[in-house]
Design a protein around this ligand. Sequence first.
Ligand SMILES: Cc1cc2nc3c(=O)[nH]c(=O)nc-3n(C[C@H](O)[C@H](O)[C@H](O)COP(=O)(O)OP(=O)(O)OC[C@H]3O[C@@H](n4cnc5c(N)ncnc54)[C@H](O)[C@@H]3O)c2cc1C
Length: 429
Amino acid sequence: MAHANDPGHPDSYYLATAKGLEDRPTLKEELTADVCVIGAGFTGLSAALNLAELGMSVVVLEAERVGYGASGRNGGLVGSGQRQDVLEAEEQFDVARSRQLWNFAELAKQEIKNRVEKHNIPCDLQKGQLVGVHKKSYLGWAQQLADALTERYDYPFCRALNAQETYEYVATSDFIEGLYDTEALNLHPLNYTLGLARAASDAGVRIFENSRVTSYTKTDPAVVTTATGSVKASFIVLACNGYLGNLEPRSAGKIMPINNFMIATEPLGEDRAREVINGRFGVHDTRFVVNYFRLSDDHRLLFGGGENYRPGFPKDIAKFVRPYMLNLFPQLKDAGVDYAWGGTLSVTVNRLPHLGRLEPNVFFGQGYSGHGIITANFAGKVIAEAIAGVAGRFDVFAKLPMHTFPGGTLLRYPGMVLGMLYYTLRDRI
Ligand SMILES: Cc1cc2nc3c(=O)[nH]c(=O)nc-3n(C[C@H](O)[C@H](O)[C@H](O)COP(=O)(O)OP(=O)(O)OC[C@H]3O[C@@H](n4cnc5c(N)ncnc54)[C@H](O)[C@@H]3O)c2cc1C
C-alpha cells in the first residue's frame, strides 16, 4: 500500500520507493508479554525478532510508524567495523579488545546479510565502500588502516588508493586519497526496516504503531503505558535513540541528538550517474561533519551532508544540503533535487555505542554515533541474548567507557554547539 502523504514518515526518496508498508494497529487494550520493546527502528525490531526466535512473547510499541526514526531515513552505508576505526580503538584500548569489537561488527554485517536472505527482504543490498580522504594531514591513514586490518584483523579486503585511482571511483577532486573496502555493504534502510518488522510479525511479535509510550513503572513486572493502553512485561527494551526525548532522563544525558540531512537528485541517467560514481558502492569522506553518498538503483545521487544541533530542521532542506553536494560535485549544478529530508540520530561523547541496564529488567541501546546500521542491529541482538540470560556479548558493550554530556539532559546543547563548531573548523584546516 502506498503512503504518498504518510504523516508518520517524512516525504523521502525512501518512502517513495518503500516496499512492504503496512498499517499496524494502535494499542487500545491491556496486554501482557515477556518483553515490551519501545521503538520500532533497527534496535527495537532486531531485539524483538531475536527475542521471538528465542521463544519469548514480545510487544513492540512505536510512537509513529515502523521505521519512522533514523532507521528509515539514513544514508544506507553499512560500514565495516565500529564507528571508531581500529587504529583509534587500539589507542584507546588494546589490540585484543579492539579485535573483539571488530569481530562483533563483522558478525553484525553477516547477520544483516543473513536476515536479507532468510526473510527475502527487498532492500537492494549492494557491496563496497570508499572512504575519501579530504585533507593533507590524513595522507597515509588509508594505507596504515589497510595494513592494520590485513595484519591484525584477518581482513585483507581494504585497499589504499592514490588520488588518481580514487578519482576513477568517484569523480571529485576533493579526495586526495581513498580507501576501498570490497566487503562493506549498503542498502535501502526503510525497506530493510520494514522487512525486519515483517519477519518479527511472522515470528509472533505484536507491533503497534501510533502508540507513544508516556511512562513505565520501575516494578517487576513493569507496566508500560500509552494514551490508550498498557503492557505488563517482565522486561523492557528502550530503543528510542535520538527520539528518546524525556522518557528516560537516566540514559538521555549520555547522548546528544543530532539532526542530519539528505537529498535525492532527479534520475541522472545511467551514463551520467556512472561518471559521478563508478558503481553501486557507498562513499563517505573523512570530515567530522561527514558527507556520504551513493547511487540509487534508478541512477539518482543520494547525498547526505550537513547537520544541526537543535530541535527542528532547516526550512528548506534541499537548499541546506545542495551546497555540500556541489562542493564535491560542481558538475551536478544543473541536477534537480526531487526529495530532501532529515532525521535525528544520537552521538555519545566518545562515539562508542551505549548499551546498558537501568534496572534489572530495563535494557537500552543508543548512541551509535552515525554508524547505527551495523551497531543498532547488533545491539538489538545482544540485548535479546542478555534478556535470555546469556549476557557475554552484551556485557562487552555495557562495560565500554561512557561519559555524560556536560550539562546533562538540560544544558547539553550550548556546549555541544561550541564543540561541533570547533571540529567543523578543524575539517577545513
Ligand atoms: C540522515 C541520517 C543518515 C544516517 N546515515 C547512516 C549511515 O549511512 N550508516 C549508518 O550506519 N548509520 C547512519 N545513520 C544512523 C542510523 O540511522 C541510526 O544509528 C539507527 O537507525 C538507529 O536505530 P534505532 O532503532 O536505535 O533508532 P531509530 O531508528 O531512530 O528508532 C527509534 C524509534 O523510537 C520511537 N520512539 C521514540 N520515543 C518513543 C516513545 N516514547 N514511545 C514509542 N516509540 C518511541 C521513534 O518514533 C523511532 O521510530 C544515519 C542517521 C540519520 C538521521
